[in-house]
Design a binder for this molecule. Structure first.
Ligand code: FES
Length: 131
């Protein structure tokens, strides 16, 4: 295990959260996404989410972030969780579910899951507005 992995683990990130962060799972962009949003949280970090949606179901999801390990690991988890879900199901996902899916993140990083949740909600609102 690298020094960085050790540090992340000591600070409270689960092995799964560390893996997401280091492997940058779903980090990227979609060209011509059906839905897109960019959101800056109260901490000053920013996330951008891209979605492809077909008949009300999420088919593809990617994100970019200017943020911390908590932002990246929750962005990866959330974009992975939502593939195959309907928009209604996605809107029910809360921060607790993201944290459970990750298997744990440091307590002081719990708010980072809000960044991904809020950016995703904004992308869905953008999709609905487009009709
Ligand atoms: Fe801003 Fe983690 S500190 S998202």
């Amino acid at each position: 295990m690298s020094e960085l992995q050790d540090l992340l683990k000591e600070s409270g990130y689960s092995d799964k959260a560390i893996e997401y962060y280091l492997n940058k799972v779903n980090v990227g962009e979609l060209t011509e996404p059906d839905a897109h949003a960019i959101y800056t949280g109260p901490c000053g970090d920013t996330m951008e989410i891209f979605l492809n949606v077909k008949e009300g179901v999420i088919k593809e999801a990617k994100f970019q972030a200017i943020g911390c390990a908590g932002a990246f690991s929750s962005g990866s988890a959330l974009t992975e969780m939502i593939i195959g879900m309907t928009l209604e199901e996605v809107e029910k996902i809360d921060e607790e579910l993201i944290i459970n899916y990750l298997g744990g993140i440091p307590r002081q990083k719990v708010h980072c899951t809000c960044l991904s949740k809020r950016t995703l909600q904004k992308a869905i609102n953008n999709y609905k507005e487009k009709g």
